[in-house]
Design a protein around this ligand. Structure first.
Ligand code: GYE
Length: 306
């Protein structure tokens, strides 16, 4: 053990790179597209992918990472379910000399030597873009704007950051009031259920800010069931821009979507090859993203891949 001859690995002794990847789960359309992107680009790059689904649980991810270490994969990549609590297991990977790549989501550990790089979006920036749209939309008006917020899964980087980026922008004007904010777990089911309770307890909701499309789509069902018109009676901002979200945007049921790209596979495989070869790679690889209005959604939809 500890040798780098590749003995004991699958692939018949050739020098195929083995990548262990621990995914969050299958909570959203974004996640499904992300998994597909990773699986397809591993296959087309000739990388042997060991894929593990954590079903939303950090303990499952820690187990998967330990398995990857035992199997002596060449590189470990994972999308952390939550931000905190990774120090111990990542130290184990480091001691085993297996490079780690954070994919999609960051961790809050100040020791950046625990991973080679972090590839993904800037979620604070996404929250700010959502807030910027709202500020523009209500420019020149002074009446209070009552906002309800559906947060992503508790402790996840995109939930924490999309909340804080948005809050940072809207705090400049006291007319914006977040009157209720709760997790919808990034899922349609919870987005719908929590929106139902918001609608019952809050008689006057002007805006819904949902941390992803799926929760927004669930909320739309709740709003329609309550006899209100999504996009008109209640303005809706979401993040992701998956096909179902873009369709609702084009239909006027969502008013604005901040894009977050799940197509990280090709760039990830490039980083995996470099990490395996011991080449230097940047500490942070940012994804390029835009925003969409209903008109822009109509234009983009026909060529949208996910
Ligand atoms: O926005 C959400 C998914 O980590 C960026 O996770 C990702 C988020 C994405 O469940 O839909």
């Amino acid at each position: 053990s500890g040798s780098d001859t590749g003995s004991g690995k699958s692939g018949g002794g050739d020098d195929k790179i083995t990548l262990g990847f621990s995914q969050v789960g299958a909570e959203s359309g974004w996640r499904t597209a992300n998994t597909k992107s990773i699986q397809e680009s591993a296959a087309s790059s000739g990388i042997d992918l060991k894929f593990s689904d954590a079903q939303g649980k950090q303990e499952n991810q820690i187990k998967a990472i330990r398995n990857f270490i035992t199997q002596r994969v060449d590189v470990i990549a994972f999308s952390p379910v939550v931000e905190s609590g990774w120090g111990t297991v990542l130290k184990e990977a480091k001691d085993a000399n297996i490079p780690v790549i954070l994919t999609d989501r960051a961790i809050d550990d100040p020791d950046t030597s625990l991973y080679k790089t972090f590839i993904g979006s800037d979620f604070v920036e996404e929250g700010k873009k959502a807030g910027d749209w709202l500020v523009k939309e209500y420019e020149g008006k002074s009446d209070p704007v009552n906002i309800v917020e559906l947060q992503g899964s508790p402790g996840a980087a995109p939930a924490n950051d999309r909340k804080s980026g948005f809050a940072d922008v809207i705090k400049a004007d006291t007319k914006f009031k977040v009157i209720a904010s709760q997790t919808g777990q990034f899922t349609r089911t919870d987005g719908k259920a929590v929106m139902e309770t918001f609608l019952k307890s809050q008689p006057d909701i002007d805006v819904l800010y949902a941390h992803n499309d799926d929760m927004g789509l669930g909320a739309i069902e709740a709003i329609e069931a309550a006899g209100k018109k999504p996009g008109t009676d209640i303005k809706i901002i979401t993040v992701d821009a998956v096909k179902d979200g873009m369709t609702a945007l084009a239909d006027g049921k969502i008013n604005f979507i901040v894009e977050c790209s799940p197509l990280l596979g090709p760039q990830l495989m490039e980083l995996v090859k470099k990490a395996k070869a011991g080449e230097s790679i940047p500490q942070r690889v940012l994804t390029k993203e835009t925003t969409f209005t209903p008109e822009q959604a109509k234009e983009a939809l026909p060529s949208r891949k996910y």
